[in-house]
Design a protein around this ligand. Structure first.
Ligand code: GLN
Length: 486
């Protein structure tokens, strides 16, 4: 086995046994990036020098044997909307092409304290707006399982990097599915924590009431290791919740006897690829064989989720993105005569088409006369969607659904039709609206060898149940061990 193929847990065990050093591990992963990334284009920036410094530092800690945490010496990739001091952070946007943050996001501080090794920044849809990573202002990332297809989005670079062993694990962000959907398309594990579980300080805001940072990993226990390291209350994020952070790995046990799993009938609707539906149904049957109880449930407001999400997310985005005006940081249009012209040219030249579309739609939904009709109404629907889940969780412990209606689509297939692209988010966005946690785990492959994920959803702050169910299912299948042939 090559060092870059290791999972977090395997790498940690070898580091502790002194079988490898963090330096060797990091060099191995950097070499892998050099070899494979010209085909995948997962990274926007590889911070080799910083990574090697951190690896040497980690080796010193490991040699001394004190202050060691489960991530000490482990190379991790970071989505490019999470600020790391001194490392360019562009959000895959031309408007931030030259932005180097002077501070660390709280999750990065946690990783640094843990002694992790930061490999670099991964590609994404510009400002996390999209489902394919094709909206990047810089490059198109390819799916390691099929180079003609998208890796999903918006955390497509992170998912592709983990799937092709160009990182031992990665961080992404999820506003409406951006961790779970690329995880599903790339056959890795992706977890969207409960809103408030992980600090958003230093995460470039898209839809602030929906955004959460979370792990993309090679297996479930790795996701538990990473979440345990990054979760927790942060006085710098008033929406982060002051609740103790358990060691999530302690829930990774093969016990789902008696677990009540709800299967919402609205999630196997029209437009669902039968092959994907079959794989998800088989996964649910597998859990039933393992002793779980399957319960038919209804989430009746699911049909309004797309409209509701896109109004809320775009409204928040239009406000959040007002700060990119050329005055403070980032790109500034040259040769302008006055400040209004400077603002408008900077924004016209700096933002890509999808971002502009969303700023306009969001501004419209918030403007006088339309606010009640669109934004306020969407907020009301959001409450109904949240109640659907709350009612469901009175009857069941978790909910099992597909992550997406189809496997990864072809590059170019949906990019000219934004509405079709939005519709593909149908199964991931509801739980962001409701604030719940969810995980995508590999549940098989289509006849065309494209990965498919199973989504498990739990009530707020019940990541423990998610880990229990996800781990038990994963251990009973071979899917997470399969690797793409690049
Ligand atoms: N695809 C969704 C969107 O475009 C979700 C993106 C995300 O979770 N950041 O908004």
């Amino acid at each position: 086995m090559k060092v870059y193929e290791l999972s977090v847990k395997e790498a940690r065990d070898r580091l502790l046994q002194r079988e490898i050093s963090s330096r060797e591990l990091t060099l191995g992963v950097l070499e892998r990036i050099r070899e494979i990334d010209p085909k995948i284009h997962a990274y926007l920036e590889v911070s080799e020098e910083l990574a090697m410094e951190q690896a040497e530092e980690a080796d010193k800690r490991l040699a001394k044997g004190d202050n060691i945490s489960p991530l000490t010496g482990i190379p991790i990739a970071i989505k490019d909307n999470i600020c790391a001091k001194g490392v360019r952070t562009t959000c895959a946007s031309r408007i931030l092409e030259n932005f180097t943050p002077p501070y660390d996001a709280t999750v990065i501080s946690h990783l640094k304290q843990a002694g992790a090794v930061i490999l670099g920044k991964t590609n994404m849809d510009e400002f996390a707006m999209g489902s394919s990573t094709e909206n990047s202002g810089f490059q198109i990332t390819r799916n390691p399982w099929n180079l003609e297809r998208i890796p999903g989005g918006s955390s497509g670079g992170s998912a592709a990097a983990v799937a092709s062993d160009m990182a031992i694990c990665a961080l992404g962000s999820d506003t409406g599915g951006s961790i779970r959907q690329p995880a599903s398309y790339c056959s890795v594990v992706g977890l969207k924590p409960t809103y408030g579980r992980v600090s958003r300080y230093g995460l470039v805001a898209y839809g602030s009431s929906l955004d959460q940072i979370g792990p993309l990993t090679k297996n479930v226990i790795d996701a538990a290791i990473v979440l345990s390291a990054i979760a927790g209350h942060d006085p710098r994020d008033s929406t982060s919740v002051n609740k103790p952070v358990p060691d999530y790995t302690s829930y990774c046990r093969e016990e789902i006897e008696g677990l009540r799993i709800g299967v919402p009938r609205e999630y196997f609707a029209e437009g669902m690829d039968p092959e994907v539906a079959n794989l998800v149904h088989s996964a649910i049957r597998r859990m039933e064989e393992m002793g779980a109880e399957i319960v038919d449930i209804s989430l009746p407001h699911t049909q309004y989720a797309i409209a509701c999400y896109y109004i809320c997310a775009m409204a928040e985005a239009s406000s959040n993105l007002a700060r990119y005006d050329g005055a403070h940081y980032g790109y500034r249009a040259p040769d302008t005569d006055n400040i209004i012209e400077m603002y408008s040219k900077t924004r016209a030249q700096g933002f890509g088409a999808e971002v502009k579309r969303r700023i306009m739609l969001g501004t419209y939904a918030l403007s006088a006369g339309y606010y009640d009709a669109y934004y306020l109404k969407a907020l009301r629907v959001r409450t109904l969607i949240k109640r659907d889940f709350e009612n469901a969780f009175e009857k069941v412990d978790i909910v099992a659904t597909p992550v997406t209606p189809t496997a990864a689509f072809k590059i170019g297939e949906k990019i000219t039709d934004p509405l079709t692209m939005y519709l593909s988010d149908i199964y991931t966005i509801s739980l962001n609206l409701a604030g719940m946690c969810g995980i995508s785990i590999p549940c098989g492959f289509t006849g065309g060898s494209l990965p498919v994920g199973l989504q498990l959803i739990a009530n707020i702050f019940q990541e423990d149940i998610l880990f229990r169910a996800a781990y038990a299912y994963e251990q009973s299948t071979p899917h997470h061990k399969r690797k793409p042939d690049i």
